[in-house]
Structure formats: C-alpha cells, structure tokens
Design a protein around this ligand. Structure first.
Ligand SMILES: CC(C)(COP(=O)(O)OP(=O)(O)OC[C@H]1O[C@@H](n2cnc3c(N)ncnc32)[C@H](O)[C@@H]1OP(=O)(O)O)[C@@H](O)C(=O)NCCC(=O)NCCS
Length: 328
C-alpha cells in the first residue's frame, strides 16, 4: 500500500469535508459505470447530517498528503452501515477508490477499516453490493473476491427512456396516487402492503430478516426521503370493496432528470390483473416532462417482474451482485 495513505473517519460536522467525500464517491463510481445511479449530494447531506434510529452509519476516507495538512487529498471512500432494528449481526459496506489511485491497496485498507469497526460492533458478517456495467465490467467483482466475499444474490439494473406507453388499468380497479406522505386514510392499507413487500421480495441466498414498518417508522422514513426526493406512490384500489391490491413507489431526486423505481407489489389475491405495469406507468405518466429516464432493479429469477419491465421498454445496463463475507 502507498505508505502515505491514511484511513480516517469523515467529520460529518464539516460541510467542506462532506462535499469532498461525496465528490470522490461519485467520481469513483462513475469512472467505470456510465449508468451508475449515484446518491445525490443533497441526499447524502440528509443522511450524513441527521442520524437514523434504525441504522448507525460511519463514513471513512483514505487520504494522502497528511491528515488535514497541505496537499491533503481524499483518494478513496467507504461507508459502513450497521442495522440497529433488524439484522443486527450484519454490517453493510461500500468501498470506492479514484481510478488514479487504484491497485495500490487503498481499497483493501478501507475494507479492513470497515471490518475492524464491524467486528467492534459485534457483527459477524459484512455484506455489500457490487455493480458492474454489462458492456465493460469494472474491477468490483475481482476486488470483492480478493477481500473474501462470496456472491449471494444478483439483480439486473435496468433503465427505460421516458415516455413509456401507458398500461391499461383493469376496470375493476381505480388508481390512487399521492406525493410525499401517505394520506391518513390510506396508511393502514399502505403499511400492510409495504410489510408484505419486505417479506416477499426475492433475496436469493441472502439470509436476512425483513424490515418491519409501523406507522411511526414509516412517517420518519417519509419525512427523511422527502428532504431529498420527490416521493411518488400509485396504488390500486378495487372499486367493489375498496381494498388495496398493490402499489408502486418512485423517487425523483430533487434537481435531477431521472426517476428511480423502488418497490412494486401486487398483493397475492390481486395478482393476474397486470396491476404492476399499470401502477408503474401511472407514476411515469404523472412525472414532469424534464424527467427523461427511470432506473429499476429486478432479480433475473423474478420472471414476472422482469417480463413486465422488458415489455415496458426497460433494458439491462448493469449487473448488481450482493456479496457477503463472514468476519466472526
Ligand atoms: C473495486 C475498487 C474499490 C478497488 O480499489 P483498489 O484500491 O484498486 O483495490 P486494491 O488495490 O486494494 O486491490 C485489492 C485486490 O483486489 C483485486 N483487484 C482490484 N482491482 C482489480 C482489477 N482491476 N483486476 C483484478 N483484480 C483486481 C486484486 O486482487 C487486488 O489485490 P492485488 O493488487 O494485490 O492483486 C475500485 O476499483 C473502485 O472504486 N471501483 C469502483 C467502485 C466499486 O466497484 N466498488 C466496489 C463496490 S462496493
């Protein structure tokens, strides 16, 4: 390793340091991933400056040129996330190094710093997401293997250019939409669907407990998300009895021209009506004209959702691997 490289914790009270951390993360991620969806500076500001009750986060940086001294330069960054409510045996990690400083042990040094902190917090495994471009894969998988992780699950990262053709809504349902906080009258049904989603989503060989949302946790998450994202939900309600059959959740980071498709769920007894595609396209149709692209992630094994996505015009641009290393 470069002898003058030091790993230190980001001082989250320093706005200049936060901006530098984010800038290095973004440049490193984009270097070999033209389709990368990168946390915006505004979203990073929210996460870094207002701690969550459910996750403890630490940001690390690899610096050259001395700590705080002349020529001090951040060349790599890492994020460590410790779930506090579920999965308290796990630590999540992400490591990024600027292309100019790769293959000198910086990534490994950041990984070790993450593992050391994860062990101190009594975690027994470290997980992470490694994403590579399908056309020109970067070094993520080789790095992940070199530090001892194994692949547990794969998802495709897909993008679609907007507009996409509207999918018709089954006449037995009407579509209810909202932005930001879920209206009070729908919260109970929305919470039931969100928890069903967390329990149902395929995670391959990842052995994880689903997150359980209650009204308070949902409200806190909505409030945090709304500070960085335009949060949009389309839900399907059966006209005959008013029951909710599914929802689709979309985020548009403030100040950007793309959306990011999060959950889409159709409740078991409402499947078979093509509600998933109808809800997604209802959300897309509502977007301002300057939003030109939507990102989504689907496991190739999730045949129904993969077909829905490709039929809408989504194309696979990256492969995302969820990896894990035992550290006990
Ligand atoms: C992956 C990444 C973090 C590696 O950083 P780095 O500082 O170059 O990593 P290191 O020098 O510590 O490499 C550690 C080991 O990983 C493997 N490795 C790293 N890059 C590699 C490459 N291009 N080809 C083959 N193996 C590679 C090697 O085994 C290497 O050990 P060695 O140099 O002794 O052979 C960096 O390339 C990066 O930021 N990529 C983009 C972001 C990313 O994909 N991050 C991982 C997702 S969390």
């Amino acid at each position: 390793m470069d002898t003058d490289v030091q790993v230190e914790e980001l001082d989250t009270t320093d706005p200049v340091a936060r901006a530098a951390w984010h800038d290095v993360m973004e440049r490193a991620a984009r270097a070999d991933r033209p389709h990368a969806l990168v946390t915006t500076a505004a979203a990073f500001e929210v996460t870094a400056t207002s701690p969550s009750t459910h996750y403890a986060r630490t940001w690390l940086q690899a610096v050259v040129g001395g700590q705080g001294g002349v020529g001090h330069e951040v060349v790599g960054v890492a994020e460590l996330e410790l779930p506090l409510s579920e999965n308290t045996d796990v630590a999540w990690a992400e490591v990024q190094v600027l292309p100019t400083h790769r293959r000198r042990g910086v990534g490994r040094a950041l990984w070790h710093a993450v593992v050391e902190r994860a062990r101190a917090a009594k975690r027994t495994r470290v997980g992470g997401e490694m994403t590579v471009d399908t056309a020109a894969p970067g070094p993520a998988r080789e790095f992940a293997a070199a530090v001892g992780t194994v692949e547990k699950h794969r998802e495709d990262h897909l993008v679609a250019d907007l507009p996409v053709a509207m999918s018709p809504v089954d006449p037995a349902y009407d579509v209810v939409t909202w932005r930001g906080r879920c209206p009070d009258e729908h919260r109970k049904a929305y919470l039931a669907m969100r928890n069903q989603m967390n329990a149902d989503v395929p995670t391959g060989e990842l052995d994880l407990e689903p997150e359980v949302l209650d009204d308070e946790r949902l409200a806190t998450s909505e409030e945090r998300l709304m500070r960085a994202y335009d949060v949009r939900v389309a839900a399907a309600r059966r006209s005959a009895d008013g029951t909710f059959g599914g929802y689709s959740l979309l985020f548009v980071p403030h100040g950007t021209d793309y959306g990011w498709q999060d959950d889409t769920l159709v409740m078991p007894e409402h499947r078979g009506h093509r509600l998933g595609a109808a809800l997604k396209t209802a959300n897309y149709a509502d977007l301002p004209d300057d939003v030109r692209l939507v990102h989504t992630w689907t496991a190739p094994s999730n045949t129904a959702m993969h077909r829905t996505n490709t039929a809408l015009g989504f194309r696979v641009v990256e492969h995302m691997y969820e990896v894990e290393a035992p550290i006990a």
